[in-house]
Write a protein that binds this ligand. Sequence first.
Ligand code: URA
Length: 187
Amino acid sequence: MEKSWEILEGACYSCKKCRLSEMRTNVVIGKGSRTADIMFIGEGPGQQEDLTGIPFVGPAGQLLDKMLAAVHLSLEEVYVANIVKCRPPGNRDPHDDEKEACLNYLRYQLAMIRPKIIVCLGRIAATTIISPDFKITKQRGEWIERKGYYITATYHPSALLRDETKKRPAWEDMQAIRKKYDELKEQ
Ligand code: URA
């Protein structure tokens, strides 16, 4: 069956596949360009995201915006989404069954957008998308090629807000992402 954003939105807005649906104010699907070459994937909505229905609008999102702007990327060129589309209570990590229940929506988004680059923001995204034993401190900045995607991971912006020393490596990752994007554009 042909895929469409209307189908995805309808399914997400009425989703009751896991317990997070009972607590949400809004489902948070994604933001940015639906033809983006780069997709950033975070963990799950926080309080501001739950209230607005838009990913990465709180403090972590504002830092992400600054980092994107610093490498001259905007929401016209990237798409931003999360592993789970409803807020886990108190911002706890999403449970395995909640991730499992939600992942088909993310797969559907990926299939529609077909970005060239996927950037996992933080441990939850990296262990879900790259490998369950992914270690963000050791393996961030590495690239793998899978199913036609170039995939990497960097620190979650919330981690940068908690620990300033992570800002420099995250900045290096962001520059490498920009470089990969430019290389792929030239091909
Ligand atoms: N943290 C995330 O992982 N995603 C958001 O949308 C906001 C904060």
